[in-house]
Structure formats: C-alpha cells, structure tokens
Design a protein around this ligand. Structure first.
Ligand SMILES: [Zn+2]
Length: 281
C-alpha cells in the first residue's frame, strides 16, 4: 500500500526498483508531455485544485506563473502535471546526471520520468517543491546542530534510500520518505536529538511509530517498530531508546529494518528530508 505524506507525496511502498533493464522498451511518455489542463471554475482555489489532482499548490505555482500570487482566477488555464515536481531547463553542458545530483533525485528515475530521452532541453524533476526563492536551485539539506548521531547504535546497512524509485511492477515512481536501516528484530532505536514525543502509537503503513519534535523546526520519525518505549509529551534526550526494531505496518521489504525519517517544518507541512544528511556515527 502507499502512504501519502503531506509533501513530496511521501509514500511507503512495497518492493525495490529494477529500472535499468527497461531502458528504451516501454518507457512512459515524458511527464511534461502528460500535462492535463484545468480551467479554473468559480468557487475553486489554488489549494482545492491542487488537492483534486493530489498535488501541492507549490507545484501548480511553479508550472503556472499566472498563479504565483497564490490566487487562481476564474477562467485561468492551468497546466497539471502527473505528480509533484518542477520544470527545469537543462543548463548547457549539463547532463541529466548533473541535474539529478543537484536536485537529489535518482538519475534513473529522472531519466525515466522524462521519457528516456538522451539529452532533453527541458525536464520535469519529480518530488522537488517549487519555491519563489529557490526557483533555479534548491538549497541543499543542511546539517542541523539539533540532530546528530544515529538511530541505531551498530552498523546498519541501508536497504532502501530516500527519494523516488520505481517499485517492482509499478508504472509510476513512488517516493520513499525516509531510509530503511537494516537491523535485527528487537534492536533498540534511539532518538537522534533532544525533543518531545509528538506521537507514539500505531499509524497505518508506518506500523508502530514514534514521532519526535525537535528545536529549529525539525521532526524525526521512527517506524515499523516492534515495541514503543515512550509516551506522547515525554521529553527525551539524544540517545534515549524510543522503541525496538520490528516489522509492524507495511514495511518496504521483509528484512527487519527501522524506517527512519527527518522532516522540517514549512508553511505547507512537514517536508521530508534525506536523513543521510543528518546521521553521524
Ligand atoms: Zn521505509
């Protein structure tokens, strides 16, 4: 099943990639050629139109300069992409790989989303939130002083990284909103920063989930837990055991792992960040 988060269509999903072997066979049409059109009707707002297409308003603002004020006017024509992302003109001399690195998306996903073109001039970058200040280059995830350390004390190989990927048999890429760190069942999971427990309980695909709010607008999430050791409202320190690794909810793989997320607060909700930028051993 897919878990829909607020931003970046943060989803958990079954399975792992393979993508590469599909190369030119059966590549979908480029996302930019699959735009729907929407004429604004009375009673509609940018938010209601975005939500009707499972998008965030920022995506529509990025693709439709006429609504960048945040207001949609009756009769306006809007371009509606198949999923969230931004339109980017490829700078001369740059490859899709360069763009993938700059926007922190998987190169193979970027390639496929853009119809497997070798050197497109304009591409759609999925999962990037358009912002007026970052229309040309998003700021890279910063390392925060309030989060440090690792949620698992031993070495924990990554079973599935953060970002867009194409699950087995799927036709649309999905977004993995955290990282899956392999560990045996029962391994203690630790908070990577001081904070307050905002949620501790069972939550759909996340299974047993602990959510901790930290200073500076950060939040961490620890999912698929077997046991939960903390309560809502509890103040915790960095290194506090918040629960143990389990297989509850809808894990992406049958190997026991901790699904770990870092999110930062924004006007539009809790944006998923790549946890790798925060983990320190
Ligand atoms: Zn996961």
């Amino acid at each position: 099943m897919q878990y829909r988060g607020w931003l970046l269509a943060g989803m958990l999903s079954f399975g792992m990639m393979p993508l590469a072997q599909s190369a030119e066979v059966g590549c979908p049409a480029p996302a930019l050629s699959r735009m729907a059109r929407h004429t604004v009707k009375s009673g509609e707002s940018l938010e209601s139109i975005a939500s009707r297409y499972n998008l965030i308003p920022a995506t529509l603002m990025g693709l439709n300069p006429n609504v960048r004020s945040g207001k949609a006017t009756v009769g306006q024509q809007l371009m509606i992409p198949p999923y969230n992302g931004i339109r980017v003109e490829v700078p001369s001399g740059q490859s899709l790989k360069d763009l993938a690195a700059r926007y922190r998306v998987r190169p193979d996903v970027l390639y496929e989303v853009n119809g497997c073109q070798r050197s497109p001039k304009v591409v759609f970058v999925p999962g990037v939130n358009w912002s007026p200040n970052e229309a040309t280059a998003p700021t890279l995830v910063g390392v925060s002083s309030v989060l440090s350390g690792s949620p698992l004390s031993g070495s924990a190989p990554i079973a599935l990284g953060f970002g867009w990927y194409l699950p087995n048999g799927a036709t649309k890429p999905v977004f993995h909103s955290g990282i899956d760190l392999l560990a045996s069942l029962g391994t203690p999971a630790q908070a990577i920063g001081e904070g307050t427990v905002a949620f501790a309980g069972n939550q759909g695909a996340y299974g047993n989930l602990v959510v901790i709010n930290h200073q500076q607008g950060y939040q961490t999430r620890y999912a698929q837990l077997a046991r939960i050791n903390v309560k809502v409202g509890q103040k915790i320190k960095r290194g506090t055991t918040i629960g143990t690794v389990g297989q509850t909810g809808t894990p992406t793989t049958s190997q026991p792992h901790l699904h770990f997320e870092v999110r930062s607060n924004s006007k539009l909700g809790w944006v998923a960040e790549d946890p790798i930028a925060f983990i320190r051993k």
